[in-house]
Design a protein around this ligand. Structure first.
Ligand code: SAM
Length: 275
């Protein structure tokens, strides 16, 4: 897929997914978010950039740790995500949080602007993750830290069939490289290429619980990256795709719903002090 098309599919797809996102994923992604939060180092007064921030599930947790003298800028390519994040910041009176619409590969900040850059579950959607990490490096102050979380190996993600099921019904793949970064130690390569040092990679395995197959379908078809493609299916195609997805998660059925396996990878590193 051409990079520009991928960006558009992401931008307008996540616009459609935005209103379903927190309901569909907030509880299920908690282990990934906790993994990121365990590996950030936040001092009151720091400046933080949160990339592909979505509705701000991570942003607001970091904002509480920062205190009023710090500031956090949350960026995302989707205007609808930015609207929801901005509304949450206003209604909860977060004076240290600002949301801005921005492509992760073209950051409009000066060099050496932030003490830390985070990106939670966003890198897999970008046409050029190497370039995004180079941008993160550029805007970090020397000695600053980057912390990135991605989905892990395809064979450890029980909902992974969503991609071939949808891709079989559209003309080009929705997220062609989705599971590449989280495989093995692949994430080390873009870190090294961007110039980060002392980088560390850790993985966790977890289960994503949904009470019903309908909830799991809503999360995967409406609340995530295939939302754009799905919105264009006619009713017959939607039903067929849902049936296939339900069959693909049937083996994860438990007495209380579905426990769908997932793996997350966190990687963090530092911009050299003498950079
Ligand atoms: C799974 S959500 C993650 C949101 C949030 N960080 C979290 O952990 O809950 C992925 C986000 O990546 C954003 N995204 C996709 N492509 C992007 C791009 N090129 N630049 C910036 N954000 C992008 C989407 O709009 C979406 O909000």
């Amino acid at each position: 897929m051409k990079p520009e098309l991928q960006r558009r599919v992401q931008r307008y797809g996540w616009d459609k997914a935005a209103k379903f996102y927190e309901n569909s994923w907030q509880t299920q992604l908690k282990p990934a978010h906790d993994l990121l939060l365990e590996n950030v180092e936040i001092k009151p007064g720091d400046s933080i950039l949160d990339i592909a921030a979505g509705t701000g599930l991570i942003t607001f947790q970091m904002a509480k740790l920062l205190g009023p003298s710090g500031r956090i800028i949350a960026t995302d390519i989707s205007d609808e995500m930015i609207k929801i994040g901005t509304a949450t910041a206003q209604s909860n009176r977060f004076s240290n949080v600002e949301f801005k619409q921005m492509d992760a590969e073209i950051l409009s900040f000066k060099n050496s602007s932030f003490d830390m850059v985070t990106c939670s579950l966003g890198l897999m959607y970008l046409p050029d993750p190497d370039r995004a990490l180079q941008e993160m490096y550029r805007v970090l102050k020397p000695g600053g830290k980057v912390v990135v979380v991605v989905w892990g190996s395809r064979k450890r993600c029980g909902w992974a069939e969503i991609f071939p099921i949808v891709d079989a019904r559209v003309s080009s793949d929705v997220c062609p490289m989705f599971f590449q970064l989280g495989e093995g130690e692949n994430l080390n390569y873009p870190f090294k290429k961007a110039g980060f040092e002392n980088f560390t990679l850790k993985k966790i395995s977890t289960n994503l619980h949904y009470n019903t197959a309908d909830e799991a379908c809503q999360a995967s078809f409406l609340g995530g990256p295939v939302a754009m493609a799905y919105s264009r299916f006619d009713e017959k195609t939607r039903n067929e795709a849902q049936q296939e997805f339900r069959a693909s998660i049937e083996s994860f059925k438990t007495k209380s719903g579905y426990d769908i396996p997932g793996e997350f990878v966190v990687s963090f590193g530092y911009k050299p002090i003498l950079a």
